[in-house]
Design a protein around this ligand. Structure first.
Ligand code: R5P
Length: 292
């Protein structure tokens, strides 16, 4: 197996290769004067199982095109098979037609990767794993919730309660609570598709006098975590922390979250940013060794 370090995830890919004890292929990249992406594998992948690691965080379109071009380069260079690791998958949230005349963007991304002949796709806490089944492409979705919860456990959070800001994330809070103890709770959340306005109701869980960690797959504008934190603080929570797999947020969103009473935000390096305190490299290396 050879790990190819896509430009968006070069550091993570290098660490995956080190932990998996396999070769690493660098990538050359530049922009043409008109803005188009150029990409080239700086090493040979002929007759090798190539694993391309490329996250598709902002600028999503550039990172996505780089990924597609890398897959084509690896296939044309006669890799024996190509696995793509997309730690954060852009367009995954548009997993169905919400309003008439919309595309299903997540399916579009997967159909192109399939057409380019990827053998399998590995993601981390992807928004909607069901979409992969619809496109019939081999898929492994890993969860970073265990390593995020263990990060808090190592910092002395044994007995803290785990909360999810929506019904879909409730399984994440439940999984985290098995590591932290302290039980779990969840909110129900509705988002107005046109205005983007969010409303939340605490459906399950006790907040009073507790240390709480809110777990979610994505923090973007920070609105979801802010609302959950305010409600939990209002219900008597002692201290509230936030953990997510993918931190898409800007520094301004981060400051807004802290302003709502959250002590700290912790995320993984699926999107390398100032809150990335936990690495998914070990998780990926272990999975790739088993799969390839
Ligand atoms: C939504 O279903 C996701 O799980 C996240 O809760 C959401 O994407 C967070 O977005 P924001 O930070 O903009 O509220």
């Amino acid at each position: 197996m050879l790990v190819v370090g896509g430009p968006a995830s070069a550091e993570l890919a290098r660490e995956v290769a080190r932990l998996a004890d396999c070769g690493f292929v660098e990538v050359e990249t530049k922009r043409f004067p008109d803005g188009e992406s150029y990409i080239r594998l700086a090493g040979e992948v002929r007759n090798e199982k190539a694993v391309i690691v490329q996250s598709t965080y902002p600028p999503q379109d550039t990172h996505l095109v780089q990924l597609l071009l890398l897959v084509d380069a690896a296939v044309r260079s006669k890799a024996s098979e190509v696995t793509v690791v997309i730690p954060y998958m852009a367009y995954a949230r548009q997993d169905k037609v919400f309003r008439s005349n919309e595309p299903v963007s997540a399916e579009v991304v997967l159909k192109i990767l399939k057409a380019l002949k990827v053998r399998r796709i590995v993601t981390v806490d992807v928004h909607s794993p069901e979409v992969f089944g619809r496109v019939a492409v081999e898929h492994v979705n890993l969860s970073a919730i265990g390593i995020l919860a263990r990060h808090f456990l190592d910092l002395g959070f044994k007995g803290a309660s785990s909360f999810a800001p929506d019904r879909k994330a409730a399984r994440m809070a439940e999984e985290a609570s098995k590591i932290l103890g302290g039980g779990y709770g969840w909110f129900s959340k509705q988002r107005d598709r046109v205005t983007g306005e969010v409303s939340m109701v605490l459906e399950q869980g006790e907040a009073g006098d507790r240390e709480i960690v809110i777990f979610d797959d994505i923090i973007s504008s920070g609105g979801t975590v802010m609302m959950a934190a305010r409600t939990l603080k209002g219900a008597g929570a002692k201290r509230v922390y936030a953990a997510c797999t993918h931190a898409l947020m800007s520094e301004e969103a981060y400051r807004k979250i802290l302003g709502s009473g959250v002590e700290e935000v912790v995320s993984t390096d699926t999107i390398p940013t100032f809150t990335s305190k936990v690495s998914v490299a070990g998780l990926l290396a272990e999975t790739l060794r088993r799969l390839t």
